[in-house]
Design a binder for this molecule. Structure first.
Ligand code: ADP
Ligand code: MG
Length: 239
């Protein structure tokens, strides 16, 4: 069973600058929510608040039933995949994938089983002995996804995971992420710049601007019935 996410009156201030300005957002278990919005509007900060990588200034973050405002990232049952996948350069693919499980003290047999399952699923099972420097960008991104998947979290957060890849690879990875979601049924929050990526992946799209969620709804609704000119302009809707 996947966990939903509920943000209530969420605010985040850096120094005297308010970056998240009272966000209310309820994400159902198993949903694929895509967060879009201009650069600097607060998308990464919002993900970091959900992940626990930033502290909440005020308001609530709930994952499942639990209030997690003060829960450290490793206890949140969440995995995050970034644009810069930050693999350990001196470790093999195998070690990169299992490292997170070791620090969480997952038993050895369970680690090996998860490694086998997900490296096969991501088609990197023939690359386990290589180091990141011996992989293509797409392969590195798969390793980063493998590292997130083996922890079997209830929630996945993706921060522009495909933006460093070329167009062709981006399209094939997009299809694979969609298949993975259909197969695993976990809750996903996915940040992207790419409107087509948003339209094809999302169960609902959240359009963000300047620390606020301007509209939250299914792709068709956002596209056909934008609530204002900002959303219409951003999603490229017809006038
Ligand atoms: P996005 O991901 O939508 O591009 P961010 O969430 O990264 O936006 O940033 C939102 C705003 O918060 C930006 O103005 C950014 O400069 C500011 N910001 C982000 N992180 C910090 C930080 N650690 N300290 C100060 N300001 C920050
Ligand atoms: Mg960002």
């Amino acid at each position: 069973m996947a966990s939903g996410i509920r943000l209530s009156k969420l605010r985040k201030t850096f120094g005297s600058t308010e970056v998240i300005k009272g966000v209310d957002l309820t994400i159902e278990p198993g949903e694929f929510v895509v967060l879009v919005g201009p650069s600097g509007c607060g998308k990464s900060t919002l993900l970091n608040l959900i992940a626990g990588l930033e502290t909440v200034t005020s308001g609530e973050v709930r994952i499942g039933e639990a209030l997690v405002n003060d829960t450290p990232p490793r206890d949140r049952d969440i995995a995050m995949v970034f644009q810069s996948y930050a693999l350990y350069p001196t470790k093999t693919v195998h070690e990169n994938i299992t490292f997170g499980m070791q620090t969480r003290r997952i038993p050895h047999e369970a680690q090996q089983a998860a490694l086998k399952e997900f490296s096969k699923l991501l088609q990197i099972d023939h690359l386990l002995a290589r180091k990141p420097g011996q992989l293509s960008g797409g392969q590195r991104q798969r390793v980063a996804m493998g590292r997130a998947l083996v922890r079997k979290p209830e929630v996945f957060l993706f921060d522009e995971p495909l933006s460093n890849l070329d167009a062709k690879l981006r399209i094939s990875m997009r299809t694979e992420i969609k298949k993975l979601h259909q197969r695993l049924g976990k809750t996903v929050v996915y940040v992207t710049h790419d409107q087509i990526e948003a339209m094809t992946l999302a169960s609902r799209i959240a359009v963000m601007d300047n620390g606020h969620i301007r509209q939250f709804g299914p792709p068709g609704e956002i596209y056909e019935h934008p609530v204002d000119l900002f959303v219409a302009g951003f999603m490229g809707s017809p006038p």
